[in-house]
Structures are given as C-alpha cells and as structure tokens.
Design a protein around this ligand. Structure first.
Ligand SMILES: [Zn+2]
Length: 188
C-alpha cells in the first residue's frame, strides 16, 4: 500500500449530513472510518475511486465520506487558544484588524492583576500593539472600546463562524465538496 493511500482521510458527517465539526473539519483516518463502517456505526456515502484494500479474504473500498447513524449531540466548546481566536473571527477586538493566529494575543479585559479571570467572558483576541497599549487597565481606563463583549460560544456559534472562513480546496477531496459546498466558502 503506498503512502498516498495510507494518508487518505474520511470526512465525517453527523446524522444530519452536516460535518460533525467545522473547525477543525471533522475527519478520521480511513482506517478508523472503515472500522466504523464494519461496526455499523456509520454509513459510507462516498468512496475513493480506484483505491481498493485487499486482505487475504476480502476487498474493501476506502471510505471518503461517512455519516453517523446516530445523531451526536454537540458538547460544550473547549476553552482553547484556537477557539477564542475563532470566536473572535481572528480579529483584534479593539482595532478590528484581521490577523493570523501567530500575530494575535490574548487580552484579559479585566487585567489579571485586578483578579480578572482567564475565562470565555474575560478573554479577547488582541493585536500585540493594542495589548501593549491597554496594559494593566480596563478598556474604559485605557479609552479603548471592545468590538463586542466576550462570551462563551456554543458549538453552533463556532460552526457558524467557521463556515464563513474559507476552506482550503487543496486539502479537500472532491467527493467532500458536495457535502460542504452549500454552507461553506471554498477558496482555491
Ligand atoms: Zn488591535
């Protein structure tokens, strides 16, 4: 089996045919997907053409897209750097600049030195200069205005935001596009 086949991924859709998550886009290794197909936990809706896996007894198609048989309820959103930036649409919440993750910082709205918590409700994405400028002050003390009060997002909130962010077409197999096309922007 060649390396390209080994690295194939399977798009995983919830029972409503929407990706299980948008950011990151839910995908399994094809080996995980194949096991789920055999365990009858998912339905295979697309396969990779011209790729067959032969074992001593059987031949398998490689799943490209699978759908969960049972709708999976979405749990709370983990409080991670990526998810905070995603909630804020990768924009500095003071000047509105849209920046790559490595140019964004975390700002404690109520500074840590004043007992501000590291929580969804007190952390915003900020560009370096604005973070420096604000320093150990509240936004009103620094005469800086937040674009929006920080909040705890639901999985649906993050999906809605992630769908507006372009997917990189090179990373998507063409069998996936039918399932993503209608709700996502796709960039070449
Ligand atoms: Zn800024």
């Amino acid at each position: 089996m060649n390396a390209a086949v080994m690295g194939l991924r399977t798009l995983v859709l919830n029972a409503d045919y929407q990706p299980l998550s948008w950011a990151p886009l839910s995908a399994w290794t094809w080996q995980q997907a194949l096991v789920a197909v055999m365990q009858d936990r998912v339905t295979q809706v697309e396969t990779y053409d011209d790729v067959l896996i032969h074992t001593a007894r059987q031949t398998f198609e490689v799943p490209a897209v699978v759908v969960l048989k049972e709708y999976k309820k979405r749990k709370h959103v983990p409080f991670t750097r990526y998810n905070v930036f995603l909630r804020d649409e990768f924009r500095c919440q003071y000047c509105g600049a849209k920046l790559p993750a490595n140019e964004l910082t975390f700002d404690h709205v109520i500074p840590r030195s004043r007992s501000g918590q590291s929580s969804w409700e007190n952390i915003v994405s900020a560009c370096g200069p604005d973070n420096m400028k604000k320093a150990n002050r509240t936004p009103s003390e620094a005469h800086m205005k937040l674009l929006r009060a920080p909040y705890r997002p639901t999985p649906q909130d993050l999906d809605r935001i992630a769908r507006k962010m372009p997917l990189v077409k090179g990373e998507l197999h063409n069998t996936w596009l039918d399932y993503l096309y209608w709700s996502a922007e796709i960039e070449a």
